[in-house]
Design a binder for this molecule. Structure first.
Ligand code: IPE
Ligand code: IPE
Ligand code: MG
Length: 258
């Protein structure tokens, strides 16, 4: 089904320098394993503390009236991890949804998913689907979990769907544009991230929101994900507020309000 997309042309970006608070923050929650290793603990405990950090991130962003928060919780490549670890991560995703569903309803937080929900184990999928259904009315913040997510897969899926429509005579090649492509991606309903924060010290995107991050500001923190706290978020927001988002224009043009 074609998703509804924001009709506003986005190719020129906003008219001002956009140093205000980001509307959409995306978090690459990396470093659970190293956090545990540094303490002589099994990776499992790193992931368990990681889930608590994720809950803190939701709370901190909701308190700051961030409209969209996207958490990279499990990548498509993470299926390659040892079976035990994958099972644990799936169980933790399920618990995260079960434990926080009611709180999200109370706080008017709507849960959504990008990636491949249908590839998750049934129990995890059902918990997530239940939380999505029960939080549907949430309007204060959209919390999106990236599960089984790969940016390239999302693009390939959209291209396939578009090709099928074109083959069926429902779409002409010249009708395919950015907006149309977006509409077929699992991210089709969300605005592009303004700020991506990655913990864990690595400076890469790991196939996260490749298309959507075209103009995102990137913030890399050396802290491991379980140590995520309000102070780290503040640091990232402060850095964001100092960046000048030029969207291809010159600083002089921006000063003139172009
Ligand atoms: C992030 O922490 C959690 C997931 C990828 C699911 P890692 O498990 O990648 O931790 P490190 O990078 O090995 O420390
Ligand atoms: C990225 O972390 C994925 C998530 C945070 C879910 P990884 O630990 O899987 O990424 P790489 O392997 O270091 O690129
Ligand atoms: Mg990692």
């Amino acid at each position: 089904m074609l998703r509804t997309v924001d009709a506003a042309p986005s190719h020129y970006g906003p008219r001002h320098t956009m140093t205000e608070q980001p509307k959409h923050i995306a978090l690459i929650m990396d470093g659970n394993g190293r956090w545990a290793h540094a303490r002589g603990l099994p990776r499992r405990q790193g992931h368990e503390h990681g889930v608590e950090a994720a809950a803190r991130a939701v709370q901190a962003c909701a308190e700051r009236s961030v409209k969209h928060l996207t958490l990279f919780a499990f990548s498509h490549s993470n299926w390659k991890r040892p079976k035990d670890e994958v099972e644990l991560l799936m169980r933790l995703c399920m618990q995260f949804a079960d434990d926080h569903r009611q709180e999200w309803v109370r706080r008017s937080i709507r849960l959504e998913v990008i990636g491949a929900l249908d590839e998750l184990p049934r129990a995890t999928r059902l918990s997530i689907e239940r939380a999505i259904a029960e939080t549907r009315g949430g309007e204060r913040m959209v919390l999106t979990l990236a599960l089984g997510y790969a940016g390239r897969h999302d693009l390939v899926g959209a291209v396939r769907a578009i090709a099928a429509r074109a083959q069926a005579g429902l779409l002409l090649p010249e009708e395919i544009d950015e907006q149309r492509l977006r509409a077929f991606m699992t991210t089709g309903n969300m605005p592009d991230p303004d700020l991506v924060i990655r913990t864990g010290g690595e400076k890469r995107l790991s196939d996260f929101l490749l298309f959507e991050c075209a103009n995102a500001e990137l913030f890399f923190a050396d802290e491991m994900w379980p140590d995520f706290d309000d102070a780290l978020l503040e640091r990232a927001l402060a850095a964001f507020s100092r960046r000048q988002r030029r969207f291809g224009r010159t600083a002089e043009q921006l000063a003139q309000g172009a």
